[in-house]
Design a binder for this molecule. Structure first.
Ligand code: ZN
Length: 146
């Protein structure tokens, strides 16, 4: 049995208890996307605003669900805010790679992911991986919605 401490790292619990960028943004100019994980009942709503320079100027998270889904969304919001779209996509790719491939296997090291690396313990609990990646899929959907 993998240790539960691997799942609930301190920084993950902190984001769950004190979610960052919680709330909504007016749409337009922001875009809204809603993601749902039926395996766990997690719901994540992402509001994202991109400026003329192609940079994510603001992001807000709404929704409800398990601690991992909500902490992951909070951590994602911090990591993509102020980033360009291509930087955000690179982070998404690196994060998903970390979640599915044992030992990394990508050019991005956990260090590149910053606090997001704290979620790598989740992959020891395969049913929870969707909880952690839901917010990224939802962000991606929001960014591609016209
Ligand atoms: Zn969940």
């Amino acid at each position: 049995m993998p240790a539960l401490e691997d799942l609930y790292r301190e920084i993950v619990l902190d984001h769950y208890r004190n979610p960052r960028n919680r709330g909504e943004l007016p749409c337009p100019p922001a875009k809204r996307a809603k993601g749902f994980n039926p395996l766990c009942g997690d719901e994540v709503i992402v509001f994202v605003e991109v400026d003329e320079g192609g940079r994510i100027s603001d992001v807000r998270i709404d929704g409800q669900g398990c601690s991992i889904s909500q902490a992951a969304a909070s951590m994602m919001s911090v990591s993509v805010k102020g980033k360009t779209l291509s930087e955000a996509r690179e982070l998404e790719r690196a994060f998903k790679t970390m979640m599915v491939i044992e030992g990394g296997g990508s050019p991005s090291s956990p260090a590149d992911l910053g606090d997001l690396a704290a979620l790598q313990g989740v992959k020891k609990f395969p049913v929870r991986i969707k909880c952690a990646t839901l917010c990224w899929n939802t962000l991606s959907e929001g960014l591609t919605t016209e």
